[in-house]
Design a protein around this ligand. Structure first.
Ligand SMILES: C[S@@+](CC[C@H](N)C(=O)[O-])C[C@H]1O[C@@H](n2cnc3c(N)ncnc32)[C@H](O)[C@@H]1O
Length: 303
């Protein structure tokens, strides 16, 4: 059955964000009646609705998101007894760990949601003009404009090469142009600037794609958040509890893969068994959802 044909009843405005690899997540993670559920990137509740339809244990569910817009859409779950936490997932995980909470199911669907990408005013997209923002949590002090308008050239080169996986020579050219043309206040100004540094023609991938990905990762400290979160996960799982993590680019997947490997190969002290020896990829298993193209799902169980 495809989720697009039968969206769960309490999925808030399901079409805002089509959940990735939904049926596969449920098949592999096997949620059962009365199990507790922690969704650390609840977004528009597509995955949460499907998991909670199986557990039917709303009062044992905690849904986290750092985006106010997502939290507003998740209110329907709160009305049924779930706890909503409007914070970043590291703060949420650390607070839950301090309270001694453990969960049978933990789900993490990394990155941005469709509404974050598709709304010009959020400033994530180079294809729509909007303020140069890119904050998932609008309460953060620094946005993308602050970063590009104040960072030193070497810092911009580091961000664009590390997080955008852009070649160093290209990143240097882009950073130089940014320094020469700043200040920037809109996404279009920045994407035009990057486009102006591009040599030759381009077809499918806009030359600003990698720079925008890099800035988004830096503004939201996405990799730092993920690394710290992963260390909290074993403590937050019950014995037999399953964690599923969906990643969307190689930088994220590398961290998840390494973490699972370390925990699965620690000899008799290993606390996780990896259920997905190879990641399940969205391009093969969720062909109708364009957001799934680069998705990779890894699942582990606590021993
Ligand atoms: C891909 S969407 C999740 C979609 C969700 N699974 C669904 O079905 O609607 C990712 C969500 O995670 C949130 N997010 C990303 N990083 C986060 C972090 N470090 N802490 C809390 N929320 C985060 C984003 O704001 C976004 O709403």
């Amino acid at each position: 059955m495809s989720i697009n044909e039968h969206p769960p009843q309490d999925e808030p405005k399901a079409r805002l964000h089509v959940p990735v690899l939904l049926d596969t997540c449920i098949d592999v993670m096997q949620p059962k009646q009365a199990e507790s559920y922690l969704d650390l990137t609840a977004g528009y509740g597509g995955h949460a609705a499907a998991f909670l339809a199986k557990t039917n244990a709303y009062s044992n569910a905690v849904l986290v998101d750092r985006d106010q817009m997502a939290i507003n859409e998740l209110a329907v779950f709160e009305q049924k007894g779930a706890t909503l936490l409007h914070t970043d997932f590291v703060s949420a995980a650390q607070a839950l760990r301090e309270q001694g909470r453990q969960f049978d199911l933990i789900f993490v669907d990394l990155g941005v949601s469709s509404p974050q990408l598709d709304r010009a005013e959020r400033g994530f997209s180079f294809s729509m003009d909007g303020p140069l923002d890119m904050r998932m949590d609008q309460r953060l002090e620094k946005n993308a404009a602050t970063l590009v308008n104040t960072a030193r050239e070497a810092e911009l080169v580091r961000i664009i090469t590390m997080y955008g996986e852009e070649r160093t020579s290209v990143a240097k050219r882009i950073a130089k142009a940014i320094i020469a043309q700043r200040p920037f206040s809109s996404t279009k100004e920045l994407s035009d600037c990057v486009l102006g540094t591009h040599r030759g023609s381009w077809q499918r991938t806009h030359p600003a794609t990698r720079t925008f990905q890099a800035l988004r990762i830096a503004v939201n400290d996405e990799l730092g958040q993920l690394e710290t979160l992963l260390r909290c996960i074993p403590d937050l799982l019950t014995v037999g509890g399953r964690v599923g993590i969906l990643s969307f680019h190689s930088l994220e997947d590398r961290l998840v893969k390494r973490f699972f490997k370390e925990h699965a190969e620690a000899g008799y002290e290993a606390d996780l068994d990896v259920l997905t020896k190879k990641p399940i990829d969205g391009a093969t298993h969720d062909v109708h959802n364009p957001r799934s193209r680069s998705a990779k799902l890894r699942v582990a169980v606590k021993k």
